[in-house]
Design a protein around this ligand. Structure first.
Ligand SMILES: [Zn+2]
Length: 197
């Protein structure tokens, strides 16, 4: 889950799942179009990153170290596989839109249903389509939640924001490699050619 930029309220995906099961929020046509565009860009970004890992470029390795704490080819392989599973998970992904102000997140994923979906909060539609904390990057963030830290309470351990992600990669690479924001920022930095802020 991504926290809303101007809101410090967090929901776990479990709580959010319960909320979703009670009320369905279909997206408007306009919002659906924005969400589909973000998903399509997210898939391009994932493919680009996987190709980058397979090609083994030096600059790519450097960014993977800065953002994900990757120190060697084993780490790089693990990260690559996470992105590949995120890409597979993204196929056929559906979106719902929260029109309810009680949903205080940018987005949250529900993976425990026959057809997984990502719930988008109003804050999602205020994000840019590129740069750090972008719409497609936020979709990638949610996709990695379908794959990371199974069986643990990622709400307690999830760390948010570029500063926290950079610190985590430097001080605790293992945690960085299971933190959704680190996966999001790495791929945004790589795809959009961004230096750390
Ligand atoms: Zn999250």
């Amino acid at each position: 889950m991504r926290k809303a930029i101007n809101n410090i309220t967090f929901l776990t995906s479990i709580l959010a799942t319960q909320a979703y099961s009670q009320t369905v929020f279909p997206c408007t046509d306009e919002d659906q179009e924005i969400a589909n565009e973000a998903l399509s860009t997210a898939q391009e970004m994932l493919e680009f990153a996987i190709e980058g890992f397979d090609g083994g470029g030096i600059d790519f390795g450097l960014k993977a170290g800065i953002w994900l704490g990757a120190r060697n080819s084993t780490d790089a392989e693990e990260i690559r596989d996470t992105y590949e599973r995120a890409l597979v998970f993204s196929e056929g992904m559906k979106f719902l839109c929260a029109v309810d102000s009680s949903f205080n997140a940018i987005a949250a994923v529900n993976q425990d249903v026959p057809v997984p979906y990502i719930m988008l909060g109003e804050a999602f539609f205020g994000l840019e389509d590129n740069g750090f904390d972008s719409q497609p990057g936020s979709v990638i963030h949610e996709l990695t939640h379908g794959l990371l830290v199974e069986g643990t309470n990622f709400l307690d351990s999830e760390r948010y924001g570029t500063d926290e992600a950079l610190k985590l990669a430097e001080e605790d690479p293992r945690t960085a490699m299971s933190n959704a924001d680190n996966y999001q920022y790495f791929i945004e930095a790589y795809y959009f050619s961004l230096d750390p802020p």
